[in-house]
Design a protein around this ligand. Structure first.
Ligand SMILES: Cc1cc2nc3c(=O)[nH]c(=O)nc-3n(C[C@H](O)[C@H](O)[C@H](O)COP(=O)(O)O)c2cc1C
Length: 549
């Protein structure tokens, strides 16, 4: 890969980002209507793969809310199928079915833009009681693993030796078409928000098993395709899985060797046979060539080494919650409307939400190791006890503070509010209308306790590293997942907001060029429930299937 090629890939990424901004006068390009005849199936199945039914948790891990975040606070459970199934259920499993007359849909532990769920997961497991080692695809609908390729026991052995710990691998991929069907060109962004949410969901669920999750940067995307059999699968055109990331899951108290993966580890996957054919997701697909172009430009062609560590600050004690960690994971939902009058929060809980968003040593989910923090929060505070309404900033990386201050409006106050939290008051005043308008006129951004924009140090992050465009979105998705769970912990509800007007948010903060870019919004408030909805348990349909109903 030449320097010119990398430069041109960075240009493609910058171009994609500009082209997929929503402007007041013009939204990003999409069909502009829902073509129900081509709606993709939210569940992927591989025809012809042996299936392993996973057990559902008989009882949830008895861990308090703080256990979501603290690494290594619980004894590591054995790496047996029952426990791996528990981690899968609490991260990417179904959480409920919802019905209104004429329509039924499932929800999952991880959220997804438009509930379209482009994210798939693959689990590379050593063999166990009655099942072979192999590369498995997880089917959330069946809560089952589809065996795509069998692996000899020696493979797990060499991975264990490389990392110096026991454990297993999990990979995440995206099917862009699922999102593009509704959102058109902006869909590539949403897919990668969803990857970030999924990564954080995996990290939290691992904690409840006493395990941790480590992102493996020392692998190229091409090698990940080889490991998952993506390069040898008979894909339906336009419905291919695009590999995103690979993680090692190991006991939370151990530190694996995260150096570059030796070639021998990957070559073994070239010699195995991948079975199963992906079933068609849609009758027809509308092409969005800019997504293929940006995906190609963002491919990681070389293993990445020398990732800057997350900060070394020790974990923090967060205000507690009446709900256990697993209850919070299961309760998590997106709000569709907020009650303005009941949408308030104590300052302690607000600070608890923000503390959990900071990268810290041994604190999930950011200890998964994405690299240095590049995303900062610009927060419209509407109704927090003992705080003035206004615009605030949480600077997640103190090394950026000076530059962020210089890049925003010069009249901002930058009054630091607390020694333990890098939260700054920028301007006082009621910003409800502005927050709503900037978030595509969605009332939830103005009616809640607070809403915010996640602003990334953008242009410098991409220099020589176009694939980091995806990482920036993963980072925002991880922050979103933290906020979802923290909102639930304190009796409120959150919603990720992918639809916002990019440049008007930059104007609100004073950013004038593309050194910083707003990538994702989030809102928290007191939810108004939709009384028309009825709820069914996550896996009631499997009992019906078994009974042949
Ligand atoms: C990346 C992302 C973007 C989203 N954008 C919006 C949005 O702009 N407006 C909205 O009302 N909900 C938005 N949502 C919420 C989804 O619609 C919601 O996650 C999905 O319907 C599944 O419901 P659940 O979160 O309750 O499981 C978004 C969620 C994610 C993860």
């Amino acid at each position: 890969m030449t320097d010119d090629q990398v430069k041109s890939d960075v240009e493609q990424v910058l171009h994609y980002h500009e082209q997929t901004k929503h402007h007041f006068h013009q939204p990003a390009r999409s069909l502009g209507y829902m073509d129900w005849s081509t709606q993709p199936d939210p569940f992927r199945f591989y025809k012809g793969c042996p299936l392993i039914r996973l057990p559902l948790l008989a009882t949830d891990p008895k861990v308090a809310h703080g256990g979501l975040f603290l690494r290594g606070s619980l004894p590591a459970r054995a790496f047996i199928l029952e426990n791996i199934a528990g981690m899968i259920e609490l991260s990417l499993g179904l959480s409920a079915w919802k019905t209104i007359p004429g329509s039924t849909w499932s929800l999952r532990m991880n959220p997804s833009s438009g509930n379209l769920h482009p994210t798939e997961s693959y689990w590379i497991l050593p063999g166990g009681q009655g099942y072979p080692g192999g590369v498995y695809h997880y089917s959330p609908f069946l809560h089952s693993l589809e065996l795509r390729a069998e692996l000899a026991d020696t493979v797990a052995q060499i991975w264990r030796e490389h990392f110096g710990t026991c454990g297993f691998l999990v990979a995440v991929s995206s099917i862009f078409w699922r999102e593009a069907w509704k959102y058109g060109e902006r869909a590539f962004r949403y897919c990668h928000h969803d990857v970030g949410h999924a990564l954080a969901a995996l990290r939290f669920a691992a904690n409840l098993m006493g395990w941790s999750v480590h992102l493996l940067h020392g692998i190229s995307d091409r090698d990940l395709d080889r490991m998952l059999g993506i390069d040898r699968t008979d894909w339906v055109a336009g419905e291919r899985d695009e590999a995103d990331l690979l993680c090692w899951v190991c006991p939370g108290t151990e530190q694996p060797n995260l150096a570059e993966l030796p070639d021998g580890l990957i070559e073994v996957f070239d010699r195995v046979t991948f079975q199963g054919r992906p079933e068609t997701l849609s009758g027809e697909r509308h092409p969005w060539p800019i997504i293929d172009t940006v995906a190609q430009a963002c491919r990681k062609n070389r293993p990445e080494t020398g990732m800057a560590a997350w900060r070394e600050d020790p974990p923090t004690i967060l205000p507690g919650s009446p709900w256990s960690a697993a209850q919070l994971i299961r309760r998590r939902r997106s709000a569709v409307a907020f009650d303005r009058r009941s949408s308030r929060m104590s300052r302690e809980h607000f600070y608890g939400c923000l503390q959990a968003c900071l990268p810290r040593r041994d604190q999930a989910p950011f200890d998964a190791g994405l690299g240095e923090a590049r995303v900062h929060l610009f927060i419209f505070v509407h109704q927090v006890d003992d705080m003035q309404p206004g615009l605030y900033a949480l600077v997640r990386n103190p090394d950026h503070l000076d530059d962020v201050q210089k890049s925003t409006w010069s009249q901002f106050l930058w009054n630091r509010l607390d020694d333990a939290l890098p939260l700054y008051l920028l301007e006082t005043g009621d910003r409800r209308d502005e927050a709503r308008v900037i978030s595509c006129n969605q009332e939830i951004a103005g009616d809640g306790v607070f809403s915010l924009g996640m602003v990334a140090r953008y242009r410098d992050s991409l220099e020589n590293c176009p694939h980091r465009y995806k990482h920036l979105f993963w980072e925002t998705g991880m922050i979103g997942q933290v906020l979802y769970l923290q909102a639930e912990a304190y009796g409120l509800r959150g919603t990720g907001i992918g639809c916002f007007f990019d440049d008007p948010m930059h104007d609100a903060c004073g950013f004038r060029d593309n050194r910083y870019q707003d990538l994702y919004h989030f809102t928290v408030g007191y939810p108004i429930e939709d009384e028309r909805l009825t709820t069914k348990p996550a896996y009631y349909h499997l009992e019906k299937l078994q009974q042949g109903l």
